[in-house]
Design a protein around this ligand. Structure first.
Ligand SMILES: C[S@@+](CC[C@H](N)C(=O)[O-])C[C@H]1O[C@@H](n2cnc3c(N)ncnc32)[C@H](O)[C@@H]1O
Length: 188
């Protein structure tokens, strides 16, 4: 699927509740929040804001970026209802020049692995711009399988260095089917 079709697909899919929108944050995120002091966090492709709400409940100041309009509306509504003073930007994480702050944590659950290959360098440039020195980048992605367009390859995991150092890697399977990985990097 090319980038425009994918954008359209994400915009449509949020008119129903997509399968990944479980409204429950994963244990890997809780583990991080329980072992790090609160700061500022940016969620790339934040969907309907579940992880923003979880991070805010641990005292983090939260910001999200999301390009599916319906998801942005839902995320903003959920933050407002929960009394969380976070911000959800509507836009593409590979573009978004408006976000000028730096963050102690950048989270990406399921966004990077679907970004068209030709836009991934732009994503990484933005990531480095947004991540404060010493900050953490927490990434959950599907691993690239032969013939697939969605996923992250081993070479791409290496492409985050030398700006980022890999601190933790946890391999797994999503729905016992698709290889997936959690990566925690630290900004050098
Ligand atoms: C698999 S969903 C995961 C959503 C959310 N992180 C969660 O865990 O519920 C991927 C999300 O990334 C968003 N997304 C994909 N590409 C994007 C881009 N280039 N800029 C902004 N958002 C993007 C999609 O609209 C979708 O909400």
């Amino acid at each position: 699927m090319n980038g425009n079709l994918r954008w359209l697909w994400f915009n449509l899919v949020y008119f129903r509740r997509p399968t990944w929108d479980t409204r429950v944050s994963p244990p890997e995120l809780f583990r991080f929040l329980e072992s790090h002091p609160a700061g500022s966090a940016l969620d790339l492709g934040c969907g309907t804001g579940t992880n923003l709400i979880t991070m805010a409940s641990y005292g983090w100041q939260v910001t999200g970026i999301e390009y599916a309009w319906r998801a942005v509306q839902i995320a903003r509504g959920r933050l407002k209802k929960a009394g969380i003073p976070g911000k959800v930007w509507a836009g593409d994480v590979t573009v978004m020049n408006q976000v000028r702050e730096r963050f102690d944590l950048v989270l990406d659950m399921g966004c990077y692995h679907g970004i068209p290959l030709r836009r991934r360098a732009a994503y990484r440039t933005n990531l480095i711009r947004w991540l404060a020195p010493g900050g953490a980048y927490l990434l959950y992605a599907h691993c690239l399988a032969a013939g697939a367009s969605v996923g992250i390859s081993e070479a791409e995991m290496d492409a985050f260095s030398p700006d980022l150092r890999l601190r933790e890697r946890q391999d797994g399977f999503e729905n016992e089917l698709r290889r997936s990985v959690w990566l925690r990097f630290e900004r050098a």
